[in-house]
Design a protein around this ligand. Structure first.
Ligand code: NI
Length: 168
């Protein structure tokens, strides 16, 4: 947080199935998994492209959420299915050690491409929808505290969730 890469709009990807794009996705995947992230956006590693990845599968930083399949999502377009919002706790690898209560759309359609240029078009809800909104925000220069309505619900993970302190 504070790095200018995290506060600017990322550029769309215009060439798919390239060695450079595959290498970027691999770097991001290694980083996300090493740090037990639920997702990662390219600007978080200093690359100003509209590339996000996410995956939740028995993640010690998010033990109580439903699994989310590993996904590479490029040039994403999000459409809320309705106006229903829900508060949920989020963390971010760019704000280590912190969690905040963030309102997000519950039901979401997202469209985009994978690294090979294949079309992605899904309707999701719950934590899956939350992760997609969080990661896509990184491509617009938005960090989760900017979405919060009540900053008294921003705190250190070890104070809010002592049982998670050693993993975050
Ligand atoms: Ni994040």
């Amino acid at each position: 947080m504070g790095d200018p890469h995290l506060l600017q709009a990322a550029q769309p990807v215009d060439k798919f199935a390239t060695p450079a794009l595959r290498e970027l996705v691999q770097d991001m995947t290694d980083t996300m998994r090493y740090l037990n992230g639920a997702g990662l956006a390219a600007p978080q590693i200093g690359v100003d492209l509209q590339v996000v990845i996410f995956e939740v599968n028995q993640n010690p930083r998010y033990p109580d959420v439903e699994p989310v399949p590993f996904t590479v999502l490029i040039n994403p377009v999000l459409t809320a299915m309705d106006n229903f919002m829900e508060d949920g706790w989020e963390g971010c690898l760019s704000l280590p050690g912190l969690r905040g209560l963030v309102p997000r759309h519950v039901r979401l359609r997202y469209q985009g491409f994978d690294a090979e240029g294949g079309l992605i078009d899904r309707m999701v809800e719950g934590f899956h929808a939350r992760v997609v909104q969080h990661e896509t925000d990184h491509l617009r220069g938005v960090l989760y505290p900017m979405r919060m309505k009540d900053l008294s619900k921003l705190g250190f993970t070890q104070a809010l969730f002592p049982e998670l302190a050693r993993t975050d």
